[in-house]
Design a binder for this molecule. Structure first.
Ligand SMILES: *Cc1c(COP(=O)(O)O)cnc(C)c1O
Length: 440
């Protein structure tokens, strides 16, 4: 399907003449595209932009490296098969967080050799997955031991917690003593002993601490990780994980891969000069590749006032985008009034769940503090676009809460074409696994 142009909306000059403030547009989801997609697939609906996905992939494929680079998309950020295939076609590999994600990627057509598993929970069928040719990073000593018992001689990676972390909040910090992810760096001796006992060949060191956009942190983490590489002579690859921030709203700072990658490249070159080992670099971005390439398209359901506050209620919320309620994260909100009045109002934007914490506009890092947004005056039925919703939204939400069905996903292609890549769930699908024991 496609939509017809931007009639009327781009005519800011004409609007100004009539004293109407032009409505701010989402970068890829214009009012015309939003109306066409809403008409075809209803709201709420996720929309991903192919050009943005490809642009972000290109930026990561250009990450500075000394001796080769593999970019893995951390598929938990947006696991739809069409997104996986789009990235696979760009030459990206995948990072899977569970055995189910590995199977999902294989079903999408991604070859097993391009999939790496780093999981909090070793899948029950991990030995079979390994026999298919996937890569594995042991994320604990017990995982390493179990891999050794099941497949002595297996090539493995070791995911270490290098002892420091970096993340927006306590909930997003994945390194340091307060994080359970990975083998604690002081347990490297034990890891070595287990690997030796089962003749496991440690070919890769992995760290993922969510390093963010600070090049100094990247420098420290690559130094700590290279120190671990020294202890394992068969290591040929160092994986530095994901955590490349993007700016969803103007007050946030995004990561420039060229800036954070430059000192990493130097560190690899220095390591090669000192130790004669030319290491391949692996990175695993999730957020960076998809966050600003996705949006939630929804509608105003209601506008209610308490005298002090005016609330804009959406036909979406934590069922599609949980991040504000979970982390207090900031997402831009664009309102496209069907009849623009030119006036702006201060709205608290809330979701449709019977849950006071179902908020879209909250204070930064404070999921329980309401924050109003200045938006064009709205009435029920007006379209709303929530930006920065490509990562950890469709894949991470309070699915089926209040029995709302999973929203569909649409891919917006160049030239105004768009395609459904996941249908809206039906009530029957929500109920399909409930059973009726006798007497009930
Ligand atoms: C989640 C995850 C990533 C991606 O993190 P982002 O912050 O989305 O870039 C990469 N590697 C591993 C092991 C992860 O668990």
């Amino acid at each position: 399907m496609s939509y017809q142009g931007e009639k009327g909306w781009k005519d800011a000059g004409r609007m100004a003449k009539f004293g109407i403030t032009p409505v701010q547009h989402h970068p890829f989801l214009s009012p015309a595209a939003a109306s066409a997609i809403a008409a075809a697939h209803g709201t709420p609906c996720y929309v991903y932009d192919q050009a943005s996905l490809e642009r972000q992939a290109d930026a990561m494929l250009a990450f500075p490296n000394a001796f080769g680079l593999t970019v893995r998309f951390a598929m938990k950020a947006c696991p739809n098969a069409s997104v996986l295939r789009l990235f696979a076609a760009k030459g990206l590999h995948l990072d899977a967080s569970s055995g189910y994600e590995v199977r999902r990627a294989i079903k999408a057509g991604v070859p097993a050799e391009r999939i790496s598993l780093s999981s909090q929970e070793l899948p029950v069928d991990f030995a079979e997955l390994l026999s298919l040719g996937i890569h594995v990073n042991a994320c604990s000593l017990l995982q390493l031991e179990r891999i050794g018992q099941a497949r002595p001689g297996q090539q493995v990676g070791l995911r270490f917690n290098p002892g420091r972390g970096s993340g927006g909040t306590g909930k997003t910090n994945v390194g340091g003593p307060d994080s359970s992810f990975g083998i604690w760096h002081e347990s490297a001796d034990q890891a070595q002993a287990i690997a030796a006992q089962y003749k496991l060949k440690v070919v890769r060191i992995h760290t993922h601490i969510g390093s963010g956009s600070d090049p100094v942190v990247w420098q420290e983490v690559s130094a700590a990780s290279l120190a671990l590489v020294l202890r394992f002579p068969d290591v040929v690859t160092l994986n530095l994980g994901g955590g490349y921030k993007v700016a969803r709203v103007a007050t946030e700072k995004g990561t420039d891969p060229q800036v954070v990658g430059a000192p990493v490249k130097l560190a690899f070159e220095k390591f090669a000069a000192e130790h004669g080992r030319a290491l391949r670099l692996e990175i695993e971005p999730g957020t960076f590749l998809v966050a600003n390439a996705g949006a939630v398209l929804c509608r105003v359901q209601d506008v209610v006032s308490t005298g002090i506050r005016e609330f804009l209620k959406l036909d979406s919320g934590m069922t599609e985008i949980l991040r504000p309620s979970l982390y207090g994260s900031q997402h831009p909100v664009y309102l496209y009034p069907a009849q623009p009045t030119g006036r702006t109002r201060e709205y608290v934007v809330v979701g449709h769940c019977c849950e006071s914490g179902d908020l879209i506009s909250c204070a930064t890092g404070e999921p329980e503090t309401l924050a109003a947004r200045a938006l064009p005056e709205a009435v029920a039925g007006d379209l709303v676009v929530i930006g920065g919703a490509g990562a950890y939204c469709a894949g991470m939400s309070t699915k089926n809460y209040n029995s709302f069905p999973e929203a569909p996903e649409v891919l917006l292609q160049t030239g105004g074409q768009f395609q459904l890549i996941r249908r809206r769930q039906t009530l029957e699908q929500i109920l399909q696994n409930e059973t009726s024991p006798t007497g009930l």
